[in-house]
Design a protein around this ligand. Structure first.
Ligand code: EPU
Length: 478
């Protein structure tokens, strides 16, 4: 039996066959089928070399699409990555009554000029005067980020029901800061039958909110609520990620009055209404960072374009400490590693600290470095779950709570492994490049959720990517 990546009931085309080797040709564009093979095979002893262009950030585009709900009329978001998560968010908005169309991007992804399929799209969102008020579990369980419709719908309509997303493979993922912040703005919030139900029949009012932790999702939901609240709001200890700056920029273009984006304190003066907008998504620093670590791990030479290198300052600095050469220019950077990397310690922190989404790449680098690295994860309590898969590749990892000690090996050993989440999947594939023999990563639909064309990018960087078939499942009925 092969695993299917079809998402039933999604009428829009999602990224076709992104990780299926050979599945990314013009003939597949627009094909509503996703992958029919959920496995990718890479040959080890590889070296990444060449140029790769990175399109817009998943974690920005998803929220920009939700932010469009704040203004009736047509908004257009460009440089949106062609990935499964975006397709699901499109469906969330469609079920809320929006018209959604994915168009060719403008400007076109530069990889197209080199014979590739466009990895970005423009999304045209027609928002009705009265959108729906419910995001159901069917979609929220597939896309945790659906929770970001909570703030904008509550602000616009005074009522919303969003399925509680629950935890996932990287941790428990609470919502308490979203809820307490909205409550301070006058919302009444309850939980029933797996739904978060929020109402503010007389509208939201401005509030001073101090977050316990600079949560990305809570900051976004609260900003999207505060822009239409009566009066002024202050969000302290706010997240400072480039994706937060991106959404604040878009909201200000829509007529919002937000200052302080990119700092820990956001000041928001509520306005009575917003207008639709056209906005380009900021480049994906996590995809860019994945290639940067891939270059270092494989002793390669990779130029990454499409992302401001300053967004990766701490990560690139780690690669320099590991012995890499890093050059930056405009919205591009180059990472070259000539010798075996030296072990470096890494601590994940909210931006501008080392991104938790690059933790699997940091572990992969440590696994092949000369010496021992101490890797500390401070954001998600389950992020080390994937370390067991990395150990199947021969990595020497010992975890204790939120620390991992990784003793580097000259070389890993190819094996079948399983992707448990987007970043773990990408990290395992890259680690497979440093292994002897073939590494087969299954459940790669996780990677399709966040990387528009991982297999094609690997091939463009000189890697042999082979078709893989999921093993037959035995019949276990009794
Ligand atoms: N948290 C709470 N209560 C809250 C909110 C968060 O306890 O009310 C905790 C979470 O459980 C977690 C930590 O705070 O332990 C950080 O959560 P945060 O809200 O900052 O993360 P998020 O908004 O859920 C986004 C990205 C993640 C990325 C994190 C951290 C999206 C869709 N997701 O998640 O990206 O790791 O910020 O930077 O934007 C990924 O792309 O693979 C991914 C997981």
């Amino acid at each position: 039996m092969t695993h299917s990546l079809r998402i039933p009931d999604l009428p829009i085309p999602v990224r076709p066959g992104a990780l299926r080797p050979g599945g990314v040709g013009p003939g597949h564009a627009g094909d509503p089928a996703v992958n029919d093979v959920d496995v990718i095979r890479v040959r080890g002893d590889a070296r990444l070399a060449g140029t790769v262009h990175v399109v817009g950030a998943k974690n920005s585009a998803l929220k920009l699409m939700a932010a469009a709900l704040l203004a009736p009329g047509r908004s257009v978001i460009t440089n949106v990555p062609r990935i499964t998560d975006i397709a699901i968010m499109g469906e969330v908005l469609r079920r809320l009554g929006c018209g959604i169309r994915f168009d060719a991007d403008d400007p076109v992804d530069p990889m197209v000029a080199h014979g590739g399929v466009a990895r970005s799209r423009s999304v045209v969102i027609d928002v009705p005067e009265q959108p729906g008020t419910e995001a159901d579990y069917d979609l929220v369980r597939r896309l945790r980020a659906s929770i970001c419709v909570l703030g904008p719908l509550l602000a616009r309509l005074g009522y919303v029901r969003v399925a509680h997303p629950g935890g996932d493979a990287i941790g428990s993922r609470g919502l308490d800061m979203h809820i307490s912040g909205l409550t301070r703005m006058g919302a009444e919030i309850s939980g029933e039958h797996g739904f978060v139900i929020a109402s503010a029949p007389h509208g939201l009012h401005g509030a001073e909110i101090m977050l316990d932790f600079p949560s990305v999702g809570a900051t976004e939901n609260l900003v999207m609520a505060a822009v239409l609240a009566r009066g002024a709001s202050v969000i302290d200890n706010a997240a400072r990620e480039p994706e937060i700056v991106d959404i604040c920029t878009m909201l200000n273009q829509m007529g919002a009055r937000i200052s302080g984006a990119g700092t820990s304190t956001l000041h928001i003066a509520g306005v009575p209404g917003l207008r639709p907008v056209r906005h380009a998504t900021v480049g994906d620093r996590i995809v860019a960072g994945t290639w940067a670590f891939g270059a270092a791990m494989t002793r390669g030479d990779v130029t990454v374009t499409g992302v401001e290198p300053g967004f990766l300052e701490v990560a690139l600095d780690k690669l320099v400490s590991a012995g890499g050469l890093v050059e930056t220019r405009g919205d591009a950077f180059r990472v070259r590693m000539d010798d075996r990397p030296k072990a470096v310690d890494v601590v994940t922190l909210p931006y501008p600290g080392f991104a938790t989404d690059l933790l699997p790449m940091a572990i992969g680098l440590a696994a092949v470095s000369d010496g021992a690295s101490l890797i500390t994860e401070n954001i998600f309590d389950g992020r080390f779950m994937f370390a067991n898969e990395m150990m199947r590749l021969g990595a020497d990892i010992k975890t204790d709570g939120h620390h991992a000690v990784v003793r580097g090996r000259e070389r890993l050993s190819g094996a079948p492994v399983r992707a448990t989440d987007i970043r773990a999947g990408a990290g395992l594939i890259i680690a497979g490049l440093c292994a002897e023999g073939v590494t087969e990563v299954s459940h790669v639909h996780h990677v399709d959720r966040g990387y528009p064309d991982f297999a094609a990018d690997l091939r463009a960087l000189g890697v042999e990517v082979e078709p893989g078939t999921a093993p037959e499942e035995p019949d276990l009925t009794i």
